[in-house]
Design a protein around this ligand. Sequence first.
Ligand code: ATP
Length: 230
Amino acid sequence: MILTATKISKSFGEAPNQTYALREVSFAVDFGEMLYIVGPSGSGKTTLLSIISGILRPDDGDVVVKDTDIWKLGSDALAGFRLQTIGFVFQDYHLFPRLTTLENVAIPLILRREPWEKSLAEARKTLQIVGLAEKESLPPYKLSGGEQQRVAIARAIVAQPDLLIFDEPTASLDGETGRKIVAFVKEHILNERRAIIIVTHDSRIYEYATRIIRMEDGRIVPGAGADHEK
Ligand SMILES: Nc1ncnc2c1ncn2[C@@H]1O[C@H](COP(=O)(O)OP(=O)(O)OP(=O)(O)O)[C@@H](O)[C@H]1O
């Protein structure tokens, strides 16, 4: 398994206005999987993504990524582990408008203190993978939405993370572009040494999942996909 989440609970606020966003959620993800997490608005998907990617601390439960219990790490070690192991793609891309497309892709390597020229060379190779080599010197806002999403994907994979996490990757794209992006990710980015987790509302891309788990009211709905439920 690349990721095992066990009995994750998280609430926000204080009684009597406390919201239970997650209630003892357990699941596991294997290498080579493209796992979708689906469910209605407010069911806890974003909270769960934030916890498994080391952004938000759970109230209870453990997240083990590649044998590391991430919430037992100190904050510096956790930040380092995330840079090394996890790539995150946001719905609205989060690209930096003042940097070129190439520099945007190089950021994770620069944060890891790789030399500037080497980082740009790696970023260039990665832009080739996503088919945007010829756009490298443009600022991202000169690109289409689908192209910006591909830049965000290139940035997420440039440091070769084992776990890739996408939050609503097609929400800002038209249907056809969204399908193309996800088909591309499955064909070119997924492999047996990594796993991809996608939170989505977009049923048009369900066909690309290797497994789908459904959340409702802070829990994983038992049945299809919820293999690690305890
Ligand atoms: N920072 C916060 N403070 C207070 N309540 C929060 C916070 N974040 C989430 N919640 C609550 O936790 C619950 C789960 O929210 P979450 O955003 O994880 O759901 P979601 O399934 O991702 O929804 P959506 O599909 O709309 O993004 C909701 O009731 C939400 O209002």
